[in-house]
Design a protein around this ligand. Structure first.
Ligand code: AMP
Ligand code: ZN
Length: 116
């Protein structure tokens, strides 16, 4: 299932290049093209879900898998470990939530103090 003219589906299909962080059969993670922190990557389901609001109970395992993968990938990409280190996970949902690309994605930011 691929969204028509969806830029992230094109990245999944390899039609648009990306700097990959991780890939398996259900998930892709790649560097954000316009980073807001020294470490800034996106984690997406390969399934084309436009936004979190479009997910349903059948996506429970997929969303859980993505969440549990993030700490591992943050460390892999250079986030400092433990309570003194860390990272920020952010998801925009809908226009008023600041979403620009309508293929659900989590931002992972780290490498400086990205918390408030
Ligand atoms: P959002 O506002 O949450 O929809 O964020 C979309 C993010 O996708 C932005 O941070 C963009 O910099 C990023 N982005 C857009 N196009 C690409 C691309 N081709 N490769 C990597 N990141 C991208
Ligand atoms: Zn898509």
């Amino acid at each position: 299932m691929s969204g028509d003219n969806c830029i992230f589906c094109k990245i999944i299909e390899g039609k648009i290049p990306s700097k990959k962080v991780y890939e398996d059969d259900e998930i892709l993670a790649f560097h954000d093209i316009n980073p807001s922190a020294p470490i800034h990557f996106l984690v997406i389901p390969k399934k084309h879900l436009p936004m979190l609001s479009d997910a349903s109970s059948e996506d429970t395992q997929l969303l859980g898998k993505i969440m549990l993968k993030i700490p591992e990938l943050a460390i892999q990409e250079g986030a400092n470990p433990g309570q003194a280190g860390g990272f920020k996970v952010l998801m925009n949902n809908g226009a008023e939530g600041g979403q620009e690309v309508y293929h659900m994605h989590l931002h992972v930011l780290a490498g400086k103090r990205v918390g408030n």
